[in-house]
Design a protein around this ligand. Structure first.
Ligand code: SF4
Length: 706
């Protein structure tokens, strides 16, 4: 049985999950009560396996919470009421034009999402720069893995989540997973780790908590949150001291080693133990396991990346790979396990503040000229780089200096997902005008002047780029509710109202063809990728510059993407987190995800099966800390930082350090973890420090503090 180019086999539409960056393949079949998910064994990444989120994905489409018609608010304080599409689009165009007319183009902001298809991300960036002429565009993918992107660009001259397919993992000798919990965030990927171990390889997990993934490991190191940079430096120190460096590789394929070596030698194992809490023998064991085989990998995720020193932390792990010759060789290297469904493609095609399509820099005159020619505009008319995501949100409102007065938001829910969320919510409320495109009435959509109900996932076709750099096609399987339109149609309708009647197609295939031309010659070159090829080949890895090019599953085997072809060491030093514990805030909070919920929960909180599995937030804490606080399992705990207070039931477990508490971040209201988190930014990636802040914890209704 073969699939046609429309991806239909016996009435089953071959597509991919709407959620995380693994982009599991799945089939969709029309059943008596909507779409049924069927396994897609032939897709090589997940080989038929799905987590509960994927299995229940169609439930969101039929959810009673689904928006099915535009809503508008007549006054800022008034209720949202139903409206026609022409009225709603007129209102959005007028709101954006009024802010631009009164305060200039940069008074209009655009905020996108890492779940948008490549076509939408591309069109949104073009809309911001060509129609609105604003520099103020960024997206929530900035919160996802921008530190890994910055470190990858520095070291390798290119940022792609994984420079090799996941299928290479079982063929390496050792994997270090840093701050990653795929057993909960992307369970079908765990089979690669179990296959690694079945093949005789070893798995090291570095995480302050003993997670489900850590339980699979040969070695689990539990450093204090915010100290994994020191841990990497300590390992590199031992690598040098024990003679595990690959001098030939360093000489032939890298630059900058002496300064990096010197920085590592200042981090004695005993010093690293004092900083991290990881005993020296465990550090030595990690080095022994990593250096024993011929090939090894380091994979990072949000743990090391979501820190105010995230770029340096990832850089330290890359340095470890380079010093041992574990990069640019088969079954070796550094990779980032990207989180959001299109976190990778979303940053390649122009919704990031500093980038143009094809991963081109907005400050590069040649890049500006190329993209401007595709868009039919003068390069001089393209704005420069704007604010990063948190800085953009922080600048919203009439009372902010050089404030953004009107915002178009697409596919994001920052009221729940942004750091210092109560402040961000206040900034959003201070806007003159807010328009939100979403599938459900998210917490952010409920603050909007206009809400535009859009199609999603199985109701539309589009491409996404997985964490492997594999460009995939999600196909339409069902018609959307009659009152919904695609984001592309929304942008086309707004562009026409704002004086650009052409140039914004609502046909994703047409948009993708334009994206291919805009990306041609760029770092993320999609010029040779077509919908037909993706269908025939089950995805095409970028770069793929011509139709004849096979795509690039493995990067850097011959040379790195730097001008001289060498990978660059970057000397880094450990430094404390932006907030360290003190008398008033003596504990550390770290945040993360749970298996049954996804990101801000805007969609998964609407699915009964997922809510039954993960109904609400909690505070995980160690039994000794619980005893000190006099708190029992399930009792409400208040977690308080300099920014605010979140309340959730205690979950007592020996799987967490005694100096640390953990909260998942999927819920709004009093259990909103991001009320507490710290927006301190990494100086390079502008990534907020979600993963560590100082807190005090009390029983919510009085009691001892800890
Ligand atoms: Fe979807 Fe990710 Fe679950 Fe796969 S692992 S089914 S892509 S949420």
């Amino acid at each position: 049985m073969s699939a046609d180019t429309a991806g239909t086999v016996s009435s089953i539409t071959q597509t991919h999950c709407p959620y995380c960056a693994l982009q599991c393949g799945m089939g969709l079949r029309r059943g008596a009560h909507g779409l049924d998910v069927v396994p897609r064994e032939a897709f090589p990444v997940n080989r038929g396996a799905l987590c509960g989120k994927g299995q229940n994905a169609p439930a969101v489409l039929a959810s009673g919470a689904r928006l099915t018609g535009p809503l508008v608010r007549d006054t800022r304080e008034g209720p949202l009421r139903p409206a026609t599409w022409p009225e709603a689009l007129d209102r959005v165009a007028a709101g954006l034009a009024a802010a631009r007319g009164r305060h200039g183009p940069d008074a209009v902001g655009v905020f996108g999402g890492g779940g948008l298809t490549n076509e939408k991300a591309y069109a949104l960036g073009k809309f911001a720069r060509v129609v609105l002429r604003t520099s103020q565009i960024d997206y929530n993918g900035r919160f996802c893995m921008s530190s890994a992107a910055a470190a990858g660009n520095k070291a390798f001259g290119l940022d792609r989540g994984l420079p090799f397919p996941l299928a290479d993992i079982p063929r390496t000798g050792c994997v270090i997973l840093v701050g990653s919990n795929p057993a909960e965030t992307m369970p079908p990927a765990v089979r690669y780790l179990t296959e690694l171990r079945a093949n005789g390889g070893t798995l090291i997990v570095i995480d302050p908590r003993r997670t489900r993934t850590a339980e699979l490991a040969d070695l689990h190191l539990a450093p204090r949150p915010g100290t994994d940079l020191a841990l990497a430096l300590g390992m590199l120190h031992l690598v040098v001291a024990q003679g595990h460096t690959d001098e030939a590789f360093i000489a032939e394929r890298t630059s900058g080693w002496p300064a990096t070596r010197a920085a590592a030698m200042a981090h004695w194992p005993e010093l690293v133990e004092r900083i991290t809490g990881v005993p020296v023998p465990a550090l030595r064991e990690a080095v022994r396991m990593f250096c024993a085989p011929q090939a090894a990998m380091v994979l990072t995720a949000r743990g090391p990346e979501q820190q105010a020193k995230g770029t340096d932390t990832v850089g330290a792990w890359i340095n470890l790979c380079l010093a041992t010759g574990r990069a640019g060789r088969p079954y070796s290297g550094y990779g980032c396990l990207t989180g959001q469904g299109n976190g990778q493609g979303g940053r390649e095609h122009g919704q990031k503040a500093d980038q143009l399509p094809g991963y081109r820099s907005l400050t590069d005159p040649a890049a500006r000229a190329h993209v401007a020619a595709v868009w039919g505009v003068d390069p001089a008319d393209l704005p420069g780089p704007g604010r990063s995501a948190y800085e953009l949100l922080d600048a919203l409102g009439r009372d902010a200096p050089d404030g953004i007065r009107a915002l178009l938001l697409m596919g994001s829910n920052p009221v729940v997902s942004a750091p210092r969320a109560a402040h961000v919510e206040q900034r959003i409320r201070a806007l003159d005008f807010l328009a939100v495109c979403d599938v459900v009435a998210s917490e952010t959509a409920l603050l909007a002047d206009v809400v535009l109900p859009v199609t999603q996932w199985a109701e539309e076709t589009g491409t996404l780029t997985s964490l492997e750099g594999r460009v995939l096609l999600r196909r339409k399987a069902v018609d959307p509710p009659p009152g919904c339109r695609s984001d592309l149609a929304v942008l086309g309708g707004l562009a026409a109202r704002l004086g650009h009647p052409t140039g914004f197609s609502e046909d994703p295939a047409e948009v993708f063809d334009e994206l291919r031309r805009a990306s041609a010659g760029g770092v993320a070159d999609y010029a040779g990728i077509t919908y037909g090829r993706i269908a025939a080949e089950d995805g095409v890895f970028w770069p793929c510059p011509t139709p004849e090019h096979p795509g690039t599953p493995r990067l850097f085997l011959d040379r790195f993407a730097t001008p001289d072809g060498r990978a660059r060491f970057t000397p880094v030093e450990h430094r404390p987190s932006a907030e360290e514990p003190c008398a008033e805030y003596p504990l550390l909070l770290t945040t993360g995800r749970v298996l049954a919920q996804y990101q801000s929960g805007a969609q998964t909180r609407r699915v009964a099966e997922l809510n039954a599995a993960a109904p609400g937030p909690f505070v995980q804490l160690h039994p000794r800390l619980a005893a000190r606080l006099g708190v029992a399992e399930g009792e409400p705990l208040a977690v308080v930082s300099r920014r605010g207070r979140a309340v959730a039931p205690a979950r007592i477990s020996t799987d967490i350090r005694q100096d640390t508490v953990f909260m998942p971040f999927h819920w709004p209201g009093e259990g909103r973890a991001n009320t507490v988190t710290n927006p301190a930014l990494d100086p390079t990636s502008r990534m907020p420090e979600f993963k560590v802040c100082a807190v005090r914890v009390t029983r919510a209704e009085g009691g001892a503090e800890g």
